[in-house]
Design a protein around this ligand. Structure first.
Ligand code: GTP
Ligand code: MN
Ligand code: MN
Ligand code: MN
Ligand code: MN
Ligand code: MN
Length: 198
């Protein structure tokens, strides 16, 4: 296991740790941008209240709820849809870098869930209308552009934005692991995003 990573069991055994669960919801799509650029996959992220991009989810208290029930509760608040989450959707847990010496350690649990395109569209509609956190903790859901356009627009530009915690590497790792973007294309986007990052 890579440094900083811990198993679900190890994570839950940590007394005095806080826990946060977030999920990457995605779907395949046949739709095309401008009728010619394949969009391939719809991946949902959100613009947070603090101006940073992150995944939907939030703090969970394992003394009161399972990690998955807590994640599902956060999704109800932030997306306006009660999506059941299962242990099988769990990908990785790791220690977040300490924000201040006094704050208790945070463990972040990351999940991935594949949906149908129409379900994702329903989530987007609910997130913008009935979700209680809309306009509060969550400023809006955004889709991740996976294509690369002339001049580097697309994925490279998206990766140049600012992300909360390690949400950016959670995204990049998932793109690779689930083969949602070809490794060479992802590599090029990463190199270009570093150049344009300010
Ligand atoms: P409150 O209801 O205000 O407590 O917010 P929340 O429960 O929705 O918590 P939030 O989603 O902000 O997540 C809690 C903490 O987890 C944040 O302060 C970040 O440090 C971290 N975090 C938030 N989003 C992500 C993410 O997408 N990935 C990772 N790795 N960490 C995140
Ligand atoms: Mn237009
Ligand atoms: Mn929340
Ligand atoms: Mn949240
Ligand atoms: Mn919360
Ligand atoms: Mn909240």
């Amino acid at each position: 296991m890579a440094s900083g990573q811990l198993s679900r069991v190890e994570a839950l055994a940590c007394s005095g740790c806080r826990h946060a669960c977030h999920v990457m919801l995605y779907a395949d799509t046949k739709s095309q941008l401008f009728g010619k650029i394949p969009i391939r996959h719809i991946i949902l992220m959100q613009m947070r209240f603090d101006g940073l991009l992150g995944f939907p989810g939030g703090l969970v208290n394992p003394a009161e709820e399972t990690l998955e029930a807590g994640l599902s509760r956060e999704l109800s608040e932030e997306l306006g849809v009660a999506l059941p989450m299962s242990v099988e959707d769990h990908v990785v847990s790791c220690h977040a870098p300490a924000s201040s010496p006094s704050s208790s350690r945070l463990i972040t649990h990351f999940y991935v869930k594949k949906m149908e395109e129409e379900q994702i569209r329903e989530v987007e509609r609910a997130a913008a209308s009935t979700a209680t956190d809309h306009g509060q903790e969550v400023l809006g859901m955004v889709r991740v552009p996976l294509y690369t356009m002339k001049g580097g627009g697309g994925l490279a530009s998206f990766l140049s934005h600012s992300f909360i915690g390690n949400a950016r590497s959670q995204l990049v790792d998932s793109l690779l692991r689930l083969n949602l973007v070809a490794p060479e294309e992802l590599h090029k986007a990463l190199v270009h995003s570093v150049k344009t990052h300010t």
